[in-house]
Design a protein around this ligand. Structure first.
Ligand code: FES
Length: 154
């Protein structure tokens, strides 16, 4: 973990406890998760107990306490996507990536997650990779999506 970057995020101008959520968001977007060292540093800087910070982290599921893969693949399992094949899509991706929901592939390329409705039910089933939405997903669209990111050299 780059401590210089962390120091920049929680610099001395951000000592107000109201900054907690903003700081956590910044840490998450820099590292992809909230490392334990960051919790300790934020706790000291804002004078908030670590257990309070963990309370916030577990309350908002936008935060992750474990490192994620290079790409986060999210399958919508809300009602509309569910009835149009969401569970089969999840199973297929689990098999192809050899992970279960919540896990990261051995090469660290993908983390597989599910979500309950992302507000675009009309184009479901929906899969989101990072920020990109894929609509009307059928099983034969999954390989091309995976390959798009496998070949990505980023
Ligand atoms: S149920 Fe999937 S977008 Fe609404």
């Amino acid at each position: 973990m780059n401590n210089e970057k962390l120091e920049k995020i929680i610099d001395s101008s951000r000592t107000d406890q109201k900054e907690l959520i903003h700081i956590l968001h910044d840490v998450q977007s820099e590292y992809g998760y909230i490392p334990p060292e960051a919790v300790t540093a934020i706790s000291r800087r804002l004078k908030v107990s670590e257990s309070e910070i963990f309370g916030v982290l577990t309350f908002y599921n936008a935060f992750s306490l474990t490192p994620k893969g290079e790409h986060v693949m999210t399958v919508c399992m809300g009602t509309a996507c569910h009835v149009r094949g969401g569970p089969q899509i999840v199973e297929d991706i689990e098999r192809k990536l050899d992970v279960k929901v919540g896990e990261t592939t051995a090469d660290n390329k993908f983390t597989l997650e599910t979500v309950n409705c992302i507000g675009c039910c009309a184009i479901g089933p929906v899969v989101v990779v990072d920020e990109k939405y894929y609509s009307n997903i059928t099983l034969n669209k999954i390989d091309p999506i995976i390959n798009e990111y496998k070949e990505d050299k980023s």
